[in-house]
Design a protein around this ligand. Sequence first.
Ligand SMILES: Cc1cc2nc3c(=O)[nH]c(=O)nc-3n(C[C@H](O)[C@H](O)[C@H](O)COP(=O)(O)O)c2cc1C
Length: 224
Amino acid sequence: MDVKPPEDVGLFEALYSTRALRRFKPDPVDDETLFQVIDAAIRAPAGSNMQVWHFLVVRDEEKRRQIGEAYWETWSTYGKQYVDDPTEIDKLPRQMELVVRSTDDLARNIAQVPVHLFICGPDGAGGTVYPAVQNALLACRGLGLGSVVTSFHRGHMDKLGPLLGLPDGQTAHALLPIGWPSDRIGPVGRRPVHKVTSIDGWGEPWQYALDQPEQGLRSRWTGE
Ligand SMILES: Cc1cc2nc3c(=O)[nH]c(=O)nc-3n(C[C@H](O)[C@H](O)[C@H](O)COP(=O)(O)O)c2cc1C
């Protein structure tokens, strides 16, 4: 898919092509572009419209290095088998291989991604800040930026909280590494509607959905 200027990316095209992008060019992200991402993110709905989110942008090289260390610690535990023996990645089924390889690449290189955007809020308030996370992702898509929701930092808030100056009771619910992507944009593959939807009672099939193509309406919006 092409990277179009923001005004040319339609809403549904964005919904069907905003996938996890984990590899980035080293080029910086300018203030105007970053402001547009956050200004779109804050349009998200929030419980009682309390807007308890806080967006913490990290560009500082030394802080990104320390964030990268914490991120790597999680991946080298969670993805231990792949870190210990990278040839294990080659043996995975194709789709899984691509996801694990890009997850591993990001874990090795996250410190070099120009912007680390932490979406923060009170402990336990993840549900009310996550719509803003998705808005930020879609805004990135519209601007030709890449990003991915990440959470590997979450196990290291004891170290990252002080590094980022988070007040007590606040946590970083998501970390979006943001930059100009070197991976290809979209399209997004998912389990089809009929597998995840019931009618009038859990597990009751929806015949209309069963009659639709496995890829749903994706090709209407992405051409693929
Ligand atoms: C709550 C949440 C936490 C995630 N944490 C991570 C993470 O720490 N690292 C990572 O590389 N991807 C992370 N992801 C990204 C998912 O792996 C990704 O969205 C999913 O595999 C779909 O990818 P796709 O859009 O490319 O199909 C997270 C996604 C969500 C929603």
